[in-house]
Design a binder for this molecule. Sequence first.
Ligand SMILES: [Zn+2]
Length: 55
Amino acid sequence: MSEEAKAAELVVRCDCGFEARGDEEKLIPIVQKHGVDAHNMQVTREQVLAMARPA
Ligand SMILES: [Zn+2]
């Protein structure tokens, strides 16, 4: 319940070389948009989180 845990930075690296970072709420829409724009692929919130690593 600390501030640190809330603001955890995550990074997602796509196979194509695309990289996005930010906290969960910021990262998920960015990665979802990239999936559709670049790969014509719908990505769920769970899939984004499965791909994410601590930044
Ligand atoms: Zn990609």
